[in-house]
Design a protein around this ligand. Structure first.
Ligand code: GDP
Length: 196
């Protein structure tokens, strides 16, 4: 797909803000804050649209990017911010819960971003377990692979295949927004879904 136009079509900030018209579906992106979600969205869109934050854990909005007037890439708020209060976590849960309950019917794929360099965090595992309950099989995107040597990357890939084998995962895509690696695989998922 060639991205001809992108528009921030909708920002959901409050519990009664309305979701945009469904059009041809949407592709959502979720992950811990600082996992590289904004960078990935910018890289796959090919423009700077999402805000790369120096102040992680701030945004609690759902941002709808309309691509080619046809479908949406949905930037869901990040979780697991180390300094988040109980109230912050509760708010995140509410926002995401609303998205899953009111809107996941229009979701063609969910990309769950996980940092390739570390072990799976408790908050990542909790999200995966929640998705399991909801019957959503995410595409797991392992981010920042440019920060690993090829032997470290191999080791991490084996680790994630093992640790994720207990969940229903659609696909694992290792990615680097800096080196533009794996982005084509993300696009392939989107193209495949849109052609159904
Ligand atoms: P977000 O909080 O998930 O939206 O994460 P950001 O996109 O703001 O990125 C968090 C930090 O990781 C920033 O300093 C980015 O420059 C860095 N980063 C994001 N993606 C990559 C990547 O693919 N490779 C490297 N080396 N750094 C990255």
């Amino acid at each position: 797909i060639e991205v001809r136009s992108v528009e921030l079509a909708k920002v959901i900030a409050k519990p009664n803000d309305k979701f945009p018209e469904p059009l041809r579906g949407e592709f959502a992106f979720v992950g811990r804050s600082n996992v590289g979600k904004s960078s990935l969205l910018n890289a796959i869109i090919g423009k700077r649209v999402a805000f790369v934050s120096k102040n992680p854990g701030k945004t609690r909005t759902i941002n709808y990017y309309l691509i080619n007037s046809k479908f949406y890439l949905v930037d869901l708020p990040g979780y697991g911010y180390a300094r988040a209060s109980k109230k912050d976590r509760e708010e995140w849960r509410k926002v995401i819960e609303r998205y899953f309950s009111e809107r996941s019917w229009n979701m063609k794929a969910l990309f769950a971003l996980i940092d390739s360099r570390h072990e799976l965090m408790d908050s990542d595992a909790q999200l995966l377990e929640w998705l399991e309950v909801l019957g959503i099989s995410p595409v797991v995107v392992l981010t920042k692979i440019d920060k690993l040597s090829s032997s470290e990357l191999n080791k991490q890939l084996k680790y994630f295949e093992q640790v994720l084998s207990g969940y229903k995962i659609r696909q694992i895509i290792p990615c680097s927004s800096v080196k533009k690696e794996g982005l084509d695989k993300i696009w392939n998922v989107i193209i495949e879904e849109l052609s159904k």
